[in-house]
Design a protein around this ligand. Structure first.
Ligand code: NAD
Ligand code: TYD
Length: 373
């Protein structure tokens, strides 16, 4: 069958990538979706069990840093779109091992850009109908102040906000962690390929995602798991850092919309208008898990353990995603309370997935299955 479009989604076995792959495979049966993933500790094909047999889905085990292989794949499958999510994504790991972050996030992105450029330039229609869509983070913008430490109601969203300032598309990049520095660098390369060679690109910068299939090293799934098992909850510093949270399926919907209707060379911020202090999220998680497990609501509050702060810990992230709302009509569909309830239920109902991931069993399983391919 000839497909209308052939699209590579990198990092499709990871948390956000698996939601994007699922959405595209189900919504666009006339597109062929190639999930290109190296299957690091964060990539798990069990995240895509429900769609893996669909005729418009193909998994390719590959490292984005392997330029020759990426170029060969692009030519072989006549790829006309790339949605790039593959990355090392955890700040704490980047503090311990910055080299891996520079390699994957910077060199890997550069290798994809160069492969896309060479292949598309070799075609008679060149860049017509092509798109390199790079998924990035709000962390590249740095950190905001807590000018309202107790929070005030926002006029736009009726949610608490903790400061006067927001990250906008025009905000200067000031990354602080090796993770955000590597993502900032990759964003610059993407824009440089547009400005220098005319490569059709779009960049989006999104706030913290949460939802099913997130690796339990990030705050929300780690703490849900620990509450279930009555293990300590390591809250960094005083728990006063603020993050803006977005349900992962809302991010996937935004990516779909921007991939199809976004303007070439534009940047779009994606966020939930949903700021929370870490300590307040932790309390919501404890109450929700306790209630759903039939425990007395709040009885696990004593699991909260304040630990040494993360080095260079950014105080507040808050994103202004009004451009995306104004220009393309996107807004988050879920209220946070609803999203958290759904998320906690999912982790409680998918203990097997969680055990598998925390024991690392799946790594051995899939790595053996794709050995040498
Ligand atoms: P994740 O860590 O869950 O998944 C990353 C995926 O990339 C994994 O499947 C992994 O196997 C794959 N990968 C890693 N290195 C690779 C390589 N060298 N070659 C091929 N594949 C490789 O990450 P995530 O949380 O789903 O984030 C996806 C993207 O979204 C990242 O670019 C991240 O910077 C960005 N982002 C994440 C968030 C968030 O809250 N998680 C927010 C904004 C932006
Ligand atoms: P995380 O999920 O790692 O996302 P990011 O660092 O990309 O924002 O962390 C979210 C917030 O939770 C961040 O302020 C750090 C904090 N945190 C803890 O307090 N304890 C933890 O064990 C983790 C993983 C995070």
């Amino acid at each position: 069958m000839k497909f209308k479009r052939n699209i590579i989604i990198t990092g499709g076995a990871g948390f956000i990538g698996s939601h994007v792959v699922r959405l595209f495979v189900n919504k666009y049966p006339d597109y062929h979706i190639f999930n290109l993933d190296k299957l690091t500790y964060a990539g798990n094909l069990a995240n895509l069990k429900d769609i893996e047999h669909k005729p418009n889905y193909t998994f390719i085990k590959a490292d984005i840093c392997d330029f020759d292989k990426v170029l060969e794949i692009m030519r072989q499958y006549q790829v006309d779109g790339m949605i790039h999510l593959a990355a090392e994504s955890h700040v704490d790991r980047s503090i311990k091992d910055p080299f891996t972050f520079a390699r994957t996030n910077v060199m890997g992105t550069l290798s994809l850009l160069q492969a896309a450029k060479l292949y598309w330039e070799s075609l008679p229609e060149k860049y017509d109908g092509k798109l390199f869509y790079h998924i990035s983070t709000d962390e590249v913008y740095g950190a905001l102040e807590l000018t309202h430490p107790e929070g005030i109601k926002s006029e736009i969203s009726a949610h608490e906000v903790y400061g006067d300032d927001f990250f906008r598309e025009s905000t200067k990049y000031t990354p602080h962690s090796p993770y955000s520095a590597s993502k900032a660098s990759s964003d610059h390369f993407v824009r440089a390929f547009h400005d220098t060679y005319g490569l059709p690109v779009i960049v989006t910068n999104c706030s913290n995602n949460y939802g099913p299939y997130q690796f339990p090293e990030k705050l929300i799934p780690l703490f849900i798991n620990n509450i279930c098992q009555r293990k300590p909850l390591p809250v960094y510093g005083k728990g006063e850092n603020v993050r803006d949270w977005l349900y992962v399926e809302d991010h996937a919907r935004a990516i779909d919309l921007i991939f199809h209707q976004g303007k070439i060379a534009e940047t779009y911020n994606i966020g939930g208008f949903n700021e929370w202090k870490n300590i307040d999220i932790v309390k919501v998680l404890i109450r929700t898990v306790d209630r759903l497990l039939g425990r007395k609501e709040g009885e696990d509050m004593d699991l909260i353990t304040f630990v040494t702060d993360r080095a260079g810990h950014d105080l507040r992230y808050a994103i202004d995603s009004s451009k995306l709302h104004r220009e393309l009509g996107w807004k988050p569909s879920l209220q946070f309370e609803e999203g958290i309830e759904k998320t906690v239920r999912w982790y409680l109902d998918n203990q097997e997935w969680l055990n598998h991931v925390t024991s690392g069993d799946y790594l051995k399983y899939y790595q053996e299955m794709y050995q040498g391919r």
